[in-house]
Write a protein that binds this ligand. Structure first.
Ligand SMILES: Nc1ncnc2c1ncn2[C@@H]1O[C@H](COP(=O)(O)OP(=O)(O)OP(=O)(O)O)[C@@H](O)[C@H]1O
Ligand SMILES: [Mg+2]
Length: 484
């Protein structure tokens, strides 16, 4: 391997066909660490001329006689490849606590004392890189394998999980990775609340043939609108007295300040600090003298009853119990109208804020699949800015990173990005500041299940990995085919 050029942070390295390099490989160039982000043919001037001449000769039926040894040199030159490698930093020799020499990774490069003719370029061993990054994976390390010529196991360390974004094209493997992380968080006794838009987290407690797996005791599934609990799901209910009069009015489109709004306010004020339900509200409405207001309120109460989402609930105790032992509380939002979804999610977010403020829960994780479909931008910003102080850590999972507010990108702890082809989405990801646009462009070359992980999880070094399959769990996520 030879160093050809340096342009900004990009090194162009020429390598022969017998030398193996892959996107994601890390190179040690006399102590400088660079990562391969693209591979091309080495379009050196003489080589181009040679190829052009060869193509013309075939057409003109002229014979070219080159001495065999020269021909083999020219042919192998034609096959030389060019790796574009991004300088990530350097390896610095230090001494660890036990006085042993240790290499640590440092970002930045203030000197560039490299000889083009003499520089020794070697494929940096993944373990050496992980050691230099202080990345150590105790226990079974089965989450992913690095995309390097020498693949190495990589894991998600629960203590490094925080505010996270998992993104990539449709079908690229985002939810699968999220589910694997969810199971890892359960193992570390962390509670995750999942807003499951497509009902694809519902079978994670099962092994093959519908038998419960080892995670099954940790799962609770709640479904809004369910009339009766089944063996697997319980109804999701909101106690009427746990929402404000203003929320009730907003949910049921009662204009602020109207006479109907005033009556709702009166009822809530009268029942302050006591439990009440829709029947109590209906009894109150009977005494309203204005017939038009009465009719408007009766209509609202009927539609609230029809929704089947208001009623007594033990959500507070469920969340606080589960936050002690860890687990997954899956809110099944499939088949729930967007309007109800808004009410349900809003209620849970307010409940979590309240419980976080009163200190009744341990830190919890929140998985939001396609959050833009049920959380408006101002609430997303609230989740990001306020809730993290209360110990609530969101993970956004989306195939369109442009739907998230800029705050997501400025506060992100971890980015897991799968394949994207579209320029707009790639540009949006570069905004995170975690990783430059050119490295993000490498996502175009990834296959399904392959992604780049960067952030706390990787000590901020971008690592290309392929997510490994999960054994013993029904992972779901299969989409229906038009013709099977
Ligand atoms: N690492 C993996 N090992 C085995 N199967 C996988 C892996 N990643 C994804 N799959 C399978 O590929 C399919 C698509 O994956 P997944 O549901 O995670 O995609 P997605 O990116 O979430 O797509 P969408 O944008 O449609 O939600 C699923 O059937 C899933 O089981
Ligand atoms: Mg998905």
């Amino acid at each position: 391997m030879y160093l050809l050029t340096k342009e900004g942070d990009d090194l162009a390295i020429v390598f022969a066909p017998e030398e193996k390099l892959r996107i994601g490989d890390n190179l040690d160039i006399d102590g400088i660490v660079a990562q391969v982000i693209d591979i091309q043919f080495a379009d050196l001037r003489g080589v181009l001329e040679h190829i052009l001449r060869k193509s013309l000769i075939t057409k003109s039926e002229t014979q070219e006689h080159i001495q065999p040894e020269v021909k083999s040199i020219i042919d192998s030159l034609t096959d030389q490849k060019l790796a574009i490698a991004k300088i990530r930093g350097r390896l610095v020799e230090t001494i660890d606590e036990t006085e042993k020499p240790k290499k640590v990774f440092k970002t930045g490069l203030s000197e560039f004392n490299i000889s083009r003719s003499k520089a020794k370029i070697v494929n940096l061993n993944q373990q050496e890189l992980f050691d230099a990054l202080d990345l150590c994976f105790p226990g079974t390390c089965d989450f992913a394998k690095t995309l390097s010529t020498d693949p190495k196991s990589f894991d998600v360390l629960a203590e490094r999980w925080g505010i996270n974004l998992i993104t990539g094209m449709k079908g690229s493997g985002k939810s699968y990775a999220a589910k694997r992380i969810l199971l890892k968080l359960i193992e570390r006794n962390v509670l995750t609340i999942v807003f499951d838009l497509n009902g694809e987290y519902l079978n994670l407690w099962k092994a093959e043939e519908n038998k419960p797996n080892r995670y099954s005791p940790a799962f609770r599934i709640l479904k809004p609108g369910l009339t009766r609990a089944t063996a697997f799901e319980s109804p999701f209910l909101i106690p009427l007295n746990e929402i404000s009069y203003d929320d009730f009015a907003k949910f049921f489109n009662v204009p602020e300040g109207s006479s109907t709004y005033q009556q709702i306010f009166q009822f809530w004020r009268k029942n302050k600090n006591i439990q009440f339900d829709l029947n109590d509200f209906a009894t109150f409405v009977e005494s309203v003298s204005n017939e038009a207001v009465k009719a408007a309120l009766v209509g609202r109460i009927e539609s609230a009853k029809g929704l089947g989402i208001f009623g007594p609930s033990n959500l507070t105790t469920t969340i606080s119990d589960m936050s002690n032992n860890g687990g997954a509380l899956v809110i099944n939002l499939a088949q729930v109208s967007s309007w109800e979804r808004g009410i349900v999610v809003d209620f849970i977010l307010r409940k979590l804020t309240h419980m976080g403020q009163s200190g009744t829960i341990k830190p919890i994780s929140l998985f939001l699949e396609e959050a833009q479909l049920y959380v408006d931008q101002s609430k997303m910003i609230n989740i990001l800015t306020r809730m993290r102080h209360l110990g609530i850590f969101p993970t956004f999972i989306t195939n369109d990173p442009r739907t998230l507010p800029d705050e997501v990108y400025s506060l992100l702890d971890n980015l897991i990005a799968f394949m994207f082809k579209n320029e707009d989405e790639l540009r949006q990801l570069a905004k995170s500041g975690f990783i430059d646009k050119k490295s993000i462009d490498a996502l175009k070359h990834l296959e399904k299940r392959q992604c780049i992980v960067v952030g706390n999880l990787t000590s901020n070094y971008p690592i290309f990995v392929q997510i490994e399959p999960q054994a013993g769990v029904v992972m779901g996520g299969e989409t229906k085919k038009l013709v099977s």
